[in-house]
Design a protein. Structure first.
Length: 327
């Protein structure tokens, strides 16, 4: 039953490698997702072990949802393959918890999203965040640099927040874009992550940017954001674009017609002191890892955990082998 997704992933990876070998035209037209820079630079060869790297200890962290744990495991296993001494501290919590652990030196690096960083760490409001992914990355990188942290090259995929409803709800109220909720929000219950109340790319933004007043907001564990929709507990739920349940459940994503949600490319954020000790191999490995992480591939990897019930570490290992980075 899973064969089509495996085949799709392998095809995406083969095409990605082929495009990297053939070069690329001017990619400015795809600047909104910020993917061209890392993809063009990534070499096709597998990760090479360097015994000298064993003297550098790395602690890779992640936030508390599937995609983050998969990414954390991918980087950890890739760095191990390159010879680094690696441990993990995954499932730390929200972005503020993860950043605190990074600044305190409890972890060496963790994956963060550019839009999340600009909103949560660097004082941007949703309407001030650049819509171009590369520009948003540059602003986030600049902010992290002031904290003695480096934002390494971007992933091609973006993992934006989205507003989802069931097809039945969309049809019942004629919903195609977020603005359409203004006429019915007072009748509807919104579910989102516990920190959604304070985030401008979540409930707070829906209130301030769109002027929406929901009947009720209910905090929910991120892992249950689709289940509450399918069970009828939520009328509206905040989901991620890379969630495999969107297609499987036939959910409707409402158009962000006021541009509230910023670019959400992922970047591995690392302490400057660790990066200096790690040498050039570390950034090379990140570029190699990122190359195949397209939207379709990330959705497939998430599906293997959320739908196929595999562990993040097993899925990470599969990705590295299927992309030719490890044996």
């Amino acid at each position: 039953m899973r064969t089509p997704r495996w085949v799709a992933l392998l095809m995406v990876l083969v095409v990605s490698l082929a495009l990297g070998a053939c070069g690329s035209d001017d990619n400015d037209s795809s600047g909104d997702n910020g993917s061209s820079s890392s993809a063009e630079q990534a070499p096709a060869a597998g990760i090479q072990k360097n015994d000298k790297n064993s003297s550098t200890k790395l602690v890779i962290g992640s936030k508390n949802f599937t995609e983050q744990k998969v990414l954390g495991e991918i980087y950890a296993q890739a760095f191990t393959a390159a010879g680094y001494d690696v441990t993990t501290q995954l499932n730390l919590g929200d972005e503020k918890t993860a950043l605190k652990a990074l600044e305190a030196g409890d972890i060496s690096a963790y994956p963060e999203y550019t839009g999340t960083a600009l909103l949560s760490f660097f004082g941007y409001t949703a309407d001030k965040i650049p819509k171009n992914g590369l520009i948003a990355y540059a602003k986030a990188k600049e902010g992290f640099a002031k904290k003695n942290l480096t934002a390494l090259p971007l992933t091609p995929f973006t993992s934006s927040n989205e507003v989802a409803v069931t097809k039945e709800t969309a049809d019942k109220y004629g919903l195609t874009k977020i603005s359409d909720l203004s006429k019915v929000a007072s009748k509807l219950t919104l579910y989102g992550s516990p920190e959604c109340r304070q985030r401008l790319d979540c409930l707070l933004g829906l209130e301030k940017v769109y002027g929406l007043k929901f009947k009720k907001f209910v905090p929910v564990d991120i892992a249950l954001r689709h289940e509450v929709l399918s069970k009828g507990q939520a009328d509206v739920s905040i989901v991620f674009t890379t969630d495999p349940q969107i297609k499987r459940e036939g959910e409707v994503l409402l158009e962000d017609d006021k541009g509230m949600f910023p670019p959400y490319n992922s970047t591995l954020v690392i302490r400057d002191d660790v990066l200096q000790k790690a040498g050039p191999d570390l950034e090379k490995v990140v570029t190699q890892v990122n190359k195949g992480l397209t939207d379709a591939v990330m959705q497939e990897l998430n599906a293997r955990v959320d739908l196929d019930k595999k562990t993040p570490d097993a899925v990470a290992g599969e990705y590295l082998k299927e992309s030719g980075l490890t044996q």
